[in-house]
Design a protein around this ligand. Sequence first.
Ligand SMILES: C[S@@+](CC[C@H](N)C(=O)[O-])C[C@H]1O[C@@H](n2cnc3c(N)ncnc32)[C@H](O)[C@@H]1O
Length: 238
Amino acid sequence: MVNRPTTNPPSPNLQRMFSALVPWYDFLNRLLSLRRDVRWRRRLAAGLPGWPSPIVLDLAAGTMDVALELARRYPNAKLVAADFSHPMLCRGREKWGCCQNTASLGLVAADAFKLPFRQAVFQAVTLAFGIRNMTPREVALTEIHRVLQPGGWLAVLEFGPPVHRPLARLYNLYLHNLLPWLGRLLSRHAFAYQYLAASIQGFPGPEAFLSELGQAGFRPLPPIPLTGGIAWLYYAIK
Ligand SMILES: C[S@@+](CC[C@H](N)C(=O)[O-])C[C@H]1O[C@@H](n2cnc3c(N)ncnc32)[C@H](O)[C@@H]1O
């Protein structure tokens, strides 16, 4: 039995940080990941079941790259993009307006800790590079579990530990030296890119995260390493 979350931690600093990044966000994502991020999100959408017209919540939607990918893959989907950063959603709406989508889209400014949806509404919840920012994670996962239909899918895309040691060494150098430097140089938001490195380092490895998913009431599938484990794809079923 999964209880409703009882806490709703305020996170105004995080909210402000993400909102300030909006003008640079997509550009730096592509640059700093060498465009791997586009493939990772595509892979996330491709791994969901082939429902004819699913109702999907893209949580921590940001500038809506995942929602756009879902719209391409599911032309009859009903999508809801939710994020606690209004400027992120506004940028996403501009991007959505530039594409010819047949899927329907609703935008909701909402905190993942207290989602303004009834229980068991969605067939899937997608969460790309969002869960790392949500503490306590178990509260966010419990809230996601609540809004999913029984049998519904949670798809999480998140950074993780590379699987091979030489790649891990290189990646750590990149994460702690090159990435904050590039982030500061290009976006002038040094803190955000230091935070990015620290939050990636602080996120649990696949085994521990699978166990958290299980504790939140999900049945996790085997995790999928992407680009040598720099990112991981998790699917879990309610
Ligand atoms: C790294 S971005 C990822 C955005 C998008 N999913 C993507 O793939 O590019 C993280 C997003 O999570 C949002 N976010 C972080 N914590 C949140 C929370 N508690 N509730 C809702 N949104 C949150 C931020 O505003 C930001 O847009």
